[in-house]
Each structure stands twice: as structure tokens, then as C-alpha cells.
Write a protein that binds this ligand. Sequence first.
Ligand code: MLT
Length: 408
Amino acid sequence: MIRINENYLKLQASYLFKDIGDRVAAFQKAHPDREIIKLGIGDVTRALPEACVKAFHSAVDEMADDSTFRGYGPDQGYPFLTEKIVEFDFKSRGADISCEEIFISDGAKCDTGNIQEIFAQDIKIAIPDPVYPVYLDTNVMAGRTGRFGNGRYESVHYLDGTRENGFVPGLPETPVDLIYLCFPNNPTGAVADRGVLEAWVSYARENRSLILYDAAYEAFVRDTHIPRSIYEIEGAREVAIEFRSFSKTAGFTGTRCAYTVVPKDCVGYDAGGGKHFLHTMWQRRISTKFNGVSYPVQKSAAAVFSAEGRSQVASLVDYYMKNAALIRKEMTDLGYECVGGTNSPYIWIDGKADSWDFFDMLLNTAGVVCTPGAGFGTCGKGFIRISAFNSHENVQEAMIRIKKALQK
Ligand code: MLT
């Protein structure tokens, strides 16, 4: 008899964005003439930067010729990409990271989901609420939580993000081992300044815990005093793993390329207190379960760092941030309190109503898809998230429709 992993039975029925996708598909089926504008899942809509497309084409041509063809690539990614990452994403900001500490992958979702495999089952995990659901669900699947009740899983230390703390949760009052942080935050768009990150790093050092730092949205940070990487903070190399992605930065959601930084100074402990390097463990996991990102995709990602690529990516980010500013302004003018949208592509809005009712109302009345805050955790109840990833025209049209719907 084949037995199942019963931890899966503890999960909520379906993944948030699948749930929303199904509701939107059902609505579209019932109303085939309605034109829906999607500002729900953070999926980019603009073409890849020209420099990336050029590099992609030319790498495909190399694959078409025996003399330049490539088979399996290096486990951690090609040096032509990791060297650029180190130079532009870290050295330029005074962060000490080396090429061997970068692991190229097909997505921050996969990496933030898979990384928990290298940790013990009985560690104490601290997870923000509201939160990107992947951190929580993958720990549920792994059996690191108890049952679900009243909107929360047993045995998880929730870090509450509230209006009062500006959606930047404070340090836990009791010791925790593994801490998930995401800044600029998905879903709230809140950012952490240097002081906040210094406090977390020093907490982790004191408690021998580890921070999993999701920086997938760092390219949207506008304020120069806000750190883009946790490694800008002294001492972070020993207590933090960082996740980055080309998805939102350079329009790679469909192309797939990201990377994880595991510094060689990060250690974990066995039951007897013996130290083990997390870099060695993650390398072992990667070489066993992953065969890398395709050569053309890595070439295309490396083009992000060319002079042409950097300027095109900057325009792409500016484009979406213009949408974010419009959404934030319109919703504020309508009397709704907003967080985010200034250093992030997400605007977190106090809907002054049940999140799912607000979602349904916007879909039915305005034909606009948002994401209900309640889907990100109990602290998200009453909020909605609007994403800036769409064309200017669609965002302008969506705001006209939303205004009409809310002023009714
Ligand atoms: C989101 O909308 O929260 C993101 O697009 C999800 C993701 O990046 O997986």
C-alpha cells in the first residue's frame, strides 16, 4: 500500500494564486464579453530587455552549431553570470560575496521553497504574517508545523505585520531558529531600513539562528538609504542566506532565472552541537537534484549587467513604478490607507471590508483582479494587494473603473 505524506492534508485547499486564477477563469467563462484587467499575481507584462533578447538569440545560435554547442553546465551556474552578479549586485554596494557563493537557479520560489530541506524537522521557524505563502506551505509539507486552526498553523512562530508596526515585524520574544524575511516585502511593499536589518542580524548571531532573506524585489528600492542586500549589514555573512530573482527585475517570469547566495561562513549545527557549513550542504543538494538553468537563459541574464542591459532594466523598473505611483495616489485620493508602491511594485491597501468581498466586488463591478490580503495570512484580513505589473494603459483604465466602482 502506497502511503502519502499526510502533512499535505494539513494544507489549505489550494495555492493562493491558483485559487484566484480559478475564480477569474470562472468569472470570464460566465461573462465572456467582459474585459478583465489583472493586477493580482505579480506577473510582468513587458517584453524582455533588448540586450537580453539579443544575448538569448545568439546563445541559441551557439547551441545550433557543433563547435559551440554546450551540454550540462556548471552546477552553480556559468562564471560569466556569477562574476557579473558579484560585481554589480554586491561589490558595488560594499557587500563581500564571492562567485563560489552564488547558486544560479530557475526561481526564487523554488529556492525559498527547497532550502528548508537542509534543516532539521524540529527547529522553530519564524514566519511573517502576512507572507508570501511559499515559505509557510513548504514547511507544512515538510512536517515542520502542527495542524491548521483559526487561520494559523500550530508550532509556527508568526511575526505579525500590522498597521502599528508599519508591516515591519519586530524581533521574536522567544528564541527561534529559522527566520524568513522579505524586503521590499511581498505582499505589503514595506521596506526595512538599515537599523531594522542590523537588529535582525544581531538577533540571529546571538541566538545561532539563520535568516532566509528574500530580496526578489530589491530593484524597486528608490530610497538610497534602504539596503538592497542583507550583506550590506556587518556580520550578515555568518547568519543569512539571500534569494534574488531576474523575474521582476528584468521580466524573466516566463524565462526563469534567479540565484541564491549561501556564504561560506554560514553554519548550522547537528544534534551534538557540531558545526556544518550550509554552503556544502546546499551544494550537495543542488548537485543531486538540479541540473542548472539553460545556457541561453544564463546568457540572457548576464546581459542584464551590460551597459545597455542596465539602462534597459532601469527603464523597465521605472515603467512599473510609474504604475505603482498612480495606483497609490488614486487609492489614497479615494480615502484608502496605502502601504508600499514607493519602493516596491505592490500597493497594500486597507480595504475597510472583508478582503475576499472586496476582491469579488472589484472583479464583478470593475472587472479588475487584485489579491485579497487574507490569502497572505490572518494579519492580511481586511486588506487587498494591487500589483503594478501591467501596461500604463491598463492600469489607468483599471483605476478609472475602480474609482467608479468605489464611488457608487
Ligand atoms: C506574487 O504575486 O506574489 C508573485 O508573483 C508570486 C511569485 O513570484 O511567485
